[in-house]
Design a protein around this ligand. Structure first.
Ligand code: B12
Length: 465
């Protein structure tokens, strides 16, 4: 249901539907805009033998906001469907994969699959259909004992199936044409070891890349169907392993198609002139840079795997090629203090284009099975086995108080209008309206965040904010 920062189409569900369609009749219901209104009628009409729910977001990982999505997911989708049908309910999705046992218990679902499910979901349905043994299916969890069946490396070590999601063939994509994007993966897995991160748990610890030609084919075909749209790469990091991103760009360039591309997660370690030149030529108009910190001590403490000179090199390239960038910094991790905070601020002052957005978040979500969880246990903040699910648990350094860090972030944002604390990142309707007018009148072809920053600076000058 979340529509911020923009609505994201259900890529995982559509990939699964594409895998099931050879042997099953499949319907995908997109809850993002309908929010459950027509779901029960659809279930009654379609009369399925199984219902699967994709649980993407559990909570919003902003310490002071603490939105807990699962209650709404239960009320608007899962409970009404359970009341309307007795067929087996199967859960999956990235949020679910972090908290499978908790989600199973809370929802009362029959089955769940942890992690990617292109192979295991069809195998589960085939076995259920013929009453065959399912106890050997890896990554499966059942309501019988809520234990994740072993063999968890099974799917994570296999190559990614060659399937195109064809998102727009499963759902009404018109909703996404205006504000949204067409999501696409170039790989799965992450071999980095950021202490708080769940990506290796959800996708596996080894990068498993897709063939650049397949990725370009997928983009080309979607482009033919939908016209000039934005494609977003939803990988853990786009330019890992080294060289893969360059090959993808070359493939896209060779197709001579006009598309807009954007990506999250550029790893500073593998950036170069060649990468940025290729990205621009392929159609990138916006990227995210997520170093989390620019303090050498914090980069080490957070297990980022790259160092300050590498971030500086990336920042220089970003400015040289003027690629609009949203920067993300995460404060309050183990060892964060006044000095480490100021080191990051110094980097922002010296290296980041004032036309680019700097997003400042404080407090690290503690997830099970991560190094941060172990740190929190060793520091006596939580006890082994403690639920960090609900209310969502956060780590915050002892070396600065929360109010002091908030004050310092506020000061930075007063000094630099392009720096925004997490709670202030949703622009008001008035700001959006003014940005839209400005874009129309000046024919701006820049990412919306840059226009919003222009308005923010103007309003700051006028004392409006
Ligand atoms: C890309 C991404 C983003 C991008 C989205 C861009 C886009 N165009 O989609 C951006 C940066 C915008 C974003 C924003 C947010 N994100 Co995000 N995001 C991700 C990320 C990295 C990948 C998601 C993805 O598309 N995966 C690719 C698809 C193919 O995989 P999948 O959906 O997992 O599907 C597979 C399996 O899960 C399974 N499966 C899926 N559904 C089902 C259903 C059934 C029945 C079964 C059996 C299996 C199954 O099979 C699928 C195919 O193999 C994940 C982390 C991760 N590595 O998963 C976080 C993640 C989902 N995000 C998360 C969060 C919290 C958010 C935000 C709320 C953050 C915020 N405050 O802004 C917002 C919400 C945005 C929204 N509108 O919903 C969290 C959710 C966990 C939690 N705490 O709730 C995650 C897990 C990251 C984390 N912190 O651990 N995100």
């Amino acid at each position: 249901m979340e529509k911020a920062p923009y609505p994201v189409p259900p890529l995982g569900l559509c990939l699964l539907a594409a895998c099931l369609r050879d042997h099953y009749e499949v319907k995908v219901y997109d809850g993002v805009f309908d929010e459950g209104k027509s779901l029960v009628a659809l279930v009654e009409h379609f009369n399925p033998d199984y219902v699967g729910f994709s649980i993407r977001n559990i909570d919003d990982i902003v310490m002071d906001r603490e939105i807990f999505y699962l209650d709404g997911i239960l009320d608007k989708f899962i409970r009404p469907v359970m009341a309307a049908t007795d067929v087996p309910i199967i859960l999956g999705g990235s949020g679910f994969s972090i908290f499978p046992v908790e989600c199973m218990k809370l929802t009362g679902a029959d089955y769940g699959i942890v992690g990617e499910a292109e192979v295991i979901l069809p195998a589960l349905l085939d076995r259920l259909q013929f009453n065959l043994d399912i106890s050997m299916l890896p990554n499966l969890i059942t309501s019988e004992d809520w234990k994740i069946q072993t063999g968890s490396s099974f799917s994570y070590s296999k190559p990614i199936l060659k399937r195109f999601s064809e998102i727009d063939s499963w759902i009404d994509f018109t909703h996404y044409l205006q504000k949204g994007v067409y999501s696409i993966q170039t790989k799965r897995g992450c071999s980095h070891r950021c202490i708080y991160c769940t990506y290796p748990l959800i996708e596996g610890i080894k990068f498993r890349t897709r063939k650049p030609a397949d990725i370009a084919d997928e983009i080309e075909q979607a482009h033919k169907r939908l016209g000039f749209i934005t494609f977003e790469f939803v990988d853990s990091t786009f330019n890992d392993p080294a060289g893969h991103a360059e090959l993808i760009c070359r493939e896209i360039i060779s197709r001579k198609i006009k598309v807009r591309l954007r990506t999250m997660g550029i790893n500073p370690r593998h950036t170069s002139d060649e990468l940025f030149e290729l990205m621009l030529e392929a159609g990138f108009y916006q990227i995210d840079a997520t170093p989390d910190s620019a303090s050498p001590k914090m980069l080490k403490n957070l297990g980022k795997g790259f160092d300050l000179p590498e971030i500086e090199k990336m920042a220089l390239l970003i400015r040289k090629y003027n690629i609009p960038t949203m920067w993300f910094f995460l404060f309050g991790g183990p060892g964060e203090d006044d000095q480490t905070f100021m080191e990051t601020v110094e980097f922002i002052e010296n290296h980041i284009n004032p036309a680019d957005l700097v997003y400042m978040n404080a407090g690290l979500r503690i997830y099970p099975n991560t190094p941060l969880y172990s740190i929190a246990v060793s520091e006596g903040r939580i006890i082994t086995g403690d639920a960090v699910f609900q209310p969502p648990a956060y780590y915050f350094t002892e070396k600065i108080t929360r109010s002091r860090l908030d004050q310092m972030m506020k000061e930075v944002s007063m000094l630099y209008p392009n720096c925004l604390p997490a709670l202030e990142t949703s622009p008001s309707p008035e700001m959006i309206a003014e940005a839209l007018t400005l874009r129309m009148s000046k024919q701006f072809d820049e990412p919306m965040f840059r226009t919003l920053l222009r308005i923010r600076k103007k309003w700051r000058g006028e004392g409006k904010i």
